[in-house]
Design a protein around this ligand. Structure first.
Ligand code: MN
Ligand code: MN
Length: 458
C-alpha cells in the first residue's frame, strides 16, 4: 500500500496544507446551497480576472487565447474557462464536480400548525439516512421569488443571534415500538417536519402560532404564505465547518459531497495563467437526484456553451462542436467512500480509499457487475499515473465497497457520451450523506495539486 501522504511533507510545508483547508472550511461554511456555491465561485473568479461569458455572447465579442470567462446556468450551476492557444476543436481539459448536497427541501405548501406548534413540512433531497437528521440544529438557506420577480435571499440559523430549527425525535422512554423498526423506517420521510414556533399571536382565534410565524416572516423577510409556492428553501445543518480530530488532520462539515471536489477544482482553474488547450471547470446541480433538469449534467448547457465559444472564436460549426467534445479529457470528480474501521465488512481492503493516501481514482463506480459505471480506459489512467507521479501527487485507487454491496453514480458517464476520455476521481469521505461529513486535509490538498497537474499536463 502507498505511503501516507502526510509523511512526505516537512513541518514547514504543513502551513500550506492548513492554509488551503482554512479557505475550504470557509467555502463550505458560507456555501450550503447550489446558488450560494455559484455566487461565491463567481466572486472568487472575478477576483482572478474572470469575466462573464454572457457579456461576450451579448456583444459578440471575440474570445482570445488567455481570456478567462465564466457562465452561470440559472445561478445553480457554473462553468469556467481559460481559453487556450490551440483551437477548441482540439478538445478541452475539463474538471467537473457537483455542488448540490443531500438535505431537506421545504414543500410548496410547507407551513402548518399542530398542537399549538408551527411546523414546516419537507421533502428530502438525495439519499439520506433519515434518522441522522433529527435532534440537530438546522438552518434554512435559499430563495423566495415574489410574483413581481424579486428574488429574496434567505439565510436563517447561521449567525450567533439567529435561532435554529430542527426535527424532533421521540424520547427514549417511549421508543420501545420505534426501536423495533428497521433503520429505514425509524424516521420516515413524511415525518421530517421542522419545528419552527410555539408562541400564539394574541387575539388570534385559529392557528394563532402559525399566524405569529407568518407575521415574523412578513416583518423580517417580506415573505407571505403564498410566496412559498415560488421558493427554493433548503434545510441544512446549522453551523461552521470545523477542524476534526485531536491532531486537527481532518475537516468536519456539511455538504463535502461534493463541494470538496468543487472547491478544489475551482481553485485549480483559478490558478491557470495560460494553456495550450482550453481549460474548463464545471460545477453542476442535481447530481444527487440523477443529474436531471436544466441545471444538471444531462442538460445541454455545457454543449451549448462550447458551441457559443466556438462562435466567439470565429470557428463555429456543428462538426467542430462534436470534435471539441470528443477530443476532450475530463476528471469527473466526486467523493469516494473512505475505509471506516468501524464498518470493515462492506469494504474490500485492497480496493478501498483511505484517509491520508491522497487523491482517489475510480476506474469505475457502479456495482453488481459494474452496472451503469463509466469504466475508464487504461490508456487514460496510465497517462494520469505518469502526470501524478511527475508532480509528486499522492494517489490511490478505489471501488465503492465490495462487489455486490452497494454502489453509486456520478456525472462521468454522461460526459463519456460525448466520446471523451473521462475518469472518476476525488476525495475520500467518512459519514457520506450524513449531516456532518469528514475529510482528510492532506487528501484535499493532494487532490487540488492533482487537478493543477492535470490542467497543465494532460
Ligand atoms: Mn457526490
Ligand atoms: Mn452523493
Amino acid at each position: 500500500m502507498s505511503k501516507n501522504a502526510w509523511l512526505k511533507y516537512e513541518d514547514s510545508q504543513l502551513a500550506d496544507i492548513n492554509a488551503f483547508s482554512e479557505g475550504y472550511k470557509k467555502f463550505i461554511t458560507d456555501c450550503k446551497t447550489e446558488r450560494e456555491c455559484v455566487r461565491e465561485s463567481i466572486k472568487l473568479a472575478e477576483k482572478e480576472g474572470f469575466k462573464d461569458l454572457k457579456a461576450y455572447i451579448r456583444e459578440g465579442k471575440a474570445l482570445k487565447p488567455g481570456d478567462k470567462v465564466y457562465i452561470s446556468n440559472m445561478e445553480k450551476a457554473i462553468a469556467l474557462f481559460v481559453i487556450g492557444s490551440r483551437p477548441l476543436e482540439d478538445g478541452l481539459k475539463i474538471l467537473g464536480a457537483h455542488i448540490d448536497s443531500p438535505r431537506m427541501d421545504l414543500k410548496q405548501v410547507p407551513l402548518y400548525e399542530d398542537a399549538e406548534m408551527a411546523l414546516f413540512d419537507t421533502h428530502y433531497y438525495g439519499g439520506i439516512k433519515k434518522y441522522q437528521w433529527v435532534t440537530l440544529p438546522l438552518a434554512i438557506h435559499g430563495v423566495v421569488v415574489k410574483k413581481d420577480g424579486t428574488v429574496l435571499n434567505i439565510v436563517i440559523g447561521e449567525s450567533e443571534e439567529d435561532p435554529v430549527i430542527g426535527v424532533t425525535d421521540l424520547l427514549i422512554h417511549l421508543s420501545g415500538a420505534q426501536l423495533e423498526k428497521k433503520g429505514a423506517k425509524v424516521i420516515e420521510g413524511e415525518d421530517l417536519n421542522i419545528l419552527i414556533g410555539s408562541m400564539p399571536l394574541k387575539g388570534e382565534e385559529k392557528d394563532a402560532v402559525k399566524a405569529n410565524i407568518l407575521n415574523i416572516l412578513k416583518d423580517k423577510y417580506d415573505v407571505e404564505e403564498d410566496d412559498f409556492l415560488s421558493a427554493e428553501l433548503e434545510v441544512v445543518p446549522a453551523g461552521k465547518a470545523r477542524d476534526y480530530g485531536l491532531d486537527k488532520s481532518m475537516v468536519m462539515g456539511y455538504g463535502q459531497d461534493d463541494r470538496v471536489c468543487s472547491y478544489t477544482s475551482l481553485l485549480a482553474i483559478l490558478e491557470v495563467k495560460e494553456t495550450d488547450r482550453t481549460c474548463a471547470c464545471i460545477l453542476v446541480d442535481k447530481e444527487e437526484i440523477g443529474s436531471v433538469g436544466a441545471s444538471g449534467m444531462h442538460s445541454k448547457f455545457f454543449e451549448n456553451t462550447v458551441a457559443e465559444m466556438l462562435a466567439l472564436t470565429g470557428e463555429y460549426s456543428e462538426l467542430k462542436v462534436r470534435r471539441a467534445l470528443s477530443n476532450s479529457h475530463m476528471l469527473s470528480s466526486d467523493v469516494s467512500a473512505a475505509f471506516d474501521p468501524n464498518y470493515p465488512a462492506v469494504m474490500e481492503k485492497k480496493n478501498s480509499a483511505y484517509f491520508g493516501k491522497g487523491m482517489v481514482f475510480n476506474k469505475y463506480t457502479g456495482s453488481r457487475g459494474k452496472s451503469n459505471s463509466n469504466d475508464a480506459n487504461p490508456e487514460f489512467m496510465a497517462r494520469l499515473r505518469k502526470i501524478m507521479e511527475d508532480n509528486q501527487v499522492s494517489i490511490q485507487t478505489a471501488e465503492l465497497g465490495k462487489v455486490d454491496e452497494g454502489g453509486g453514480g456520478t456525472i462521468a458517464y454522461i460526459m463519456a457520451n460525448y466520446n471523451m476520455e473521462v475518469i472518476d476521481s476525488g476525495v475520500a469521505v467518512l459519514n457520506m450523506h450524513a449531516p456532518w461529513e469528514i475529510t482528510s486535509k492532506v487528501d484535499i490538498y493532494e487532490t487540488y495539486k492533482g487537478y493543477i497537474a492535470f490542467l497543465r499536463e494532460i
